[in-house]
Design a protein around this ligand. Structure first.
Ligand code: DAT
Ligand code: MG
Length: 138
């Protein structure tokens, strides 16, 4: 059994897509074992996306992530890291397959509705960033 961190980003919450994203996860048989709404500070967004610090889009990305509330979730299931990435679609919505969250709803490569961890190590780190053990259901 694997876990991953999912985030409904400020554009997803702002467009009223939280229910739709959650519906797609549940419909895919993915278990949600933690959930919270938070508004990141610029410092926290910077820490969360520290791996992208040298990229030209870093300051725009971190400001976007603080522009409104986000919903962080821990997802659980077999192969859930990859399955969540498949439901999300490619980073750039123009390259995302039809029927994916990003293709269906994202406006551009930055405002792309959802985040999903990209591997087991980042998943563990990212889950810890948002949740302690008491906040995760088994
Ligand atoms: P993903 O979110 O699909 O894992 P990533 O980890 O490469 O993609 O990048 C993290 C976020 O940074 C991504 O969701 C949106 C933003 N981003 C990535 N590439 C970008 C680009 N070329 N221009 C603007 N924002 C970008
Ligand atoms: Mg990523």
């Amino acid at each position: 059994m694997e876990r991953t961190l999912s985030i409904i980003k400020p554009d997803g919450v702002g467009k009223g897509l939280a229910g739709e994203v959650i519906r797609r996860l549940e419909q895919a048989g993915i278990k949600i074992c933690a959930m919270k709404m938070v508004r990141l500070t610029l410092d926290h967004a910077g820490m969360f996306y520290a791996v992208h610090r040298e990229r030209p889009f870093y300051s725009s990305l971190t400001e976007f992530m603080t522009s409104g509330p986000i919903i962080a979730m821990v997802l659980e299931g077999e192969n859930v890291i990859q399955r969540n990435r498949e439901l999300m679609g490619a980073t750039n919505p123009k390259e995302a397959l039809p029927g994916t969250i990003r293709r269906d709803f994202a406006s551009d490569v930055e405002k792309n509705i959802v985040h999903g961890s990209d591997g087991p190590e980042t998943a563990a780190q990212e889950i810890k960033f948002f949740f302690n053990d008491l906040e995760i259901q088994h």
